[in-house]
Design a protein around this ligand. Sequence first.
Ligand code: ZN
Length: 229
Amino acid sequence: MPYGSAHSGHFITNFFHDPDKSSNRRTVADALTNHGWVQDIRGVATVEVIMDFLHLWDLVTEMALRSGVSDKHIWRLNSSGHYSAWSAYEALFQGSILFSPWEQIWKTWAPNKCRLLLWLVSHDRCWTADHLKRRHLPHPESCPFCDQEDETIDHLLTGCVFAHQFWFTVLQRFGLAALAPQPVDNLFETWWSRIAAMVSGTTQQGLNSVIILEPGCFGSIGMIVFSTR
Ligand SMILES: [Zn+2]
């Protein structure tokens, strides 16, 4: 792998924890000469560190410096090779997961405290029994409404027979009873996306607002999720 003379860039890896930062001042050329970078390694040699070391060793072994050739800095996150603040910002989101219901939650007429509740629901961040169980905290063995299934946020809001009745009653007031959860609807977000796609325009925005507003009014769920735990 050809490189320039490598005198203008610094050789930095996460191996080095040198308090005086002397290791950070090594140029690439200096670090690669006689494997000088190995002398700068600090800290405990855990299995992960050793694996990283071997990986880095293989990488630098393939590097061949070319004396007298000027270094060229290339910003790999931009196709042009030049740095831009936008490409750096975009890189922050590499590997991130798109939050699919964001528009359904934030572009509605519901007040912010209700939006926040649904945001927590969508991220599965409510203190339902399944979360309490994973943390070895006291929790109900089953749903306090139906006493038939495990208590999860999806069950409380969608899968429970009481949730079916709740949504049917709410949506019936707007002539949308047919959109109430069916026995096959066990996931809140999936059900919500499905019925939101069945309407459009202001009806859709109104439906999304109702779905965001009502769980907060569903007193028992609010109490379970927020108040008593
Ligand atoms: Zn239930």
